[in-house]
Design a protein around this ligand. Structure first.
Ligand code: NAP
Length: 359
């Protein structure tokens, strides 16, 4: 194993802002190992929409004292979470370990804070990390590409929506997935296919709609059409009934005006993101006429114990190894080009997963 340096490279957010605030640095302190921790030398880092929320300040970072990966060593401002290293997932090789189940030299894929860096410290590896050999023949690139978004799709289908495998029964629930050609949307569609659901996908434009169809959605609706037309098409497809579950990572632009219209009586709207902005306060009376359920889940809230991690990662990686789902990689960017990756993701140009490569 190469010796661990005292400083590392990584990407820092000095203050909230646009992609231009992302600052590539080569002088960041390498986090130090404590009891039960592991230090990972990252190879691939996943880019997720949540990274943009931490960059813009929509989501507030925790204070430095609660985060051992925090790069600040300054003594004059201990209350500010900035400068911040963002990023929520990566794959790489364990460089140092004080955890008996995670030996130095082993490859892992993991969820943690501060992954836009050469090294990341994992303080609860049993909940955060999965040893890659345990996942079969999956490369570190594929594992990273499928991990966070795949776990999000799987836990939301199983836990939030309560959808179980239909095992050959053709009468699965009616579902609708917004932004179905995106990273999380692609995973939702593919896993819903396995569950035997009837899937209507919405996506922005002809090419993205074709992609959603190839992923297995039986019906597609172009979300660039006026919303009345989107609603009309969904009602036509479902013979006026509406869908049992809406999976919505778009948020503000679709929740009130589309989701509450297309959801069936006793149906459920699962809003899980803010790609178009956060959903505002909800008038609960809007739920009354159709007895609608709404949920606002977060994937980490379903993976809080080693058992939960084991259950969902093994199911996800089993789907991958058996070829039932694929990680569709849009592009692999060098870590230095992270600003371009954020710009591409926010401009709705991308399909599938964006990765950063650490060289
Ligand atoms: N709650 C959780 O635990 C959790 C976990 C993972 C992801 N998420 C959420 O899932 C959503 C998707 O994340 P992702 O990383 O997989 O991204 P993504 O879906 O690959 O990219 C975002 C997509 O959202 C659609 N979109 C609609 N309106 C948009 C707007 N105004 N600006 C930008 N994009 C818009 C675009 O697809 P079209 O062109 O097809 O409309 C765009 O390609 C995000 O809201 C994210 O926060 C939540």
């Amino acid at each position: 194993m190469a010796p661990i340096p005292k400083t590392m490279f990584g990407v820092v957010i000095p203050r909230p802002g646009g992609p231009e605030v992302l600052e590539y640095r080569t002088d960041l302190p390498v986090p130090s190992l404590g009891e039960g921790h592991i230090l990972v030398r990252n190879e691939y880092i996943g880019v997720n929409y949540i990274d943009t929320y931490f960059r813009t300040g929509l989501y507030k970072p925790r204070s430095p004292s609660s985060d051992s990966n925090h790069p600040s060593t300054s003594s004059h401002d201990t209350s500010s979470p900035y400068p911040l290293i963002t990023g929520k997932e990566a794959s790489g090789v364990i460089s140092a370990s004080s955890h008996p189940s995670f030996p130095v030299g082993a490859r892992v894929v993991y969820l943690a804070d501060a992954t836009y860096a050469q090294f990341t410290l994992l303080t609860s590896p049993q909940i955060q990390a999965t040893l890659l050999p345990a996942c079969g023949r999956i490369s570190p690139e594929t594992a990273c590409a499928a991990h966070l978004q795949g776990l999000t799709a799987l836990t939301f289908i199983r836990e939030a929506a309560g959808i179980r495998q239909q095992l050959g029964i053709s009468e699965g629930p009616w579902t609708l997935v917004h932004a179905a050609a995106g990273g999380t949307g692609s995973m939702l569609v593919q896993i819903l296919v396995i569950m035997g659901a009837k899937i209507i996908a919405t996506a922005g434009g002809k090419q993205k709609c074709e992609r959603a169809k190839r992923l297995g959605a039986q019906w597609v609706v172009d979300s660039t059409l006026p919303q009345e037309e989107v609603i009309r098409q969904v009602k036509e497809i479902t013979s006026g009934r509406g869908v049992d579950v809406v999976f919505d990572g778009v948020g503000k632009a679709t929740f009130e005006t589309v989701d509450l219209e297309i959801v069936a009586r006793k149906g459920m709207v699962i809003v899980f993101g803010n790609a178009s902005g956060p959903v505002g306060p909800v008038d609960l009376f809007r739920l009354m006429p159709k007895n609608i359920k709404i949920m606002r889940p977060s994937m980490p809230g379903y993976i809080t114990t080693p058992e939960e991690k084991e259950r969902f990662t093994s199911e996800l990686f089993d789907f991958l190894v058996k070829g039932k789902i694929r990680a569709n990689i849009h592009k692999v960017y060098p870590l230095k080009d992270v600003a371009q990756a954020h710009m591409d993701l926010e401009s709705r140009k991308t399909t599938g997963k964006l990765l950063l490569k650490v060289e």
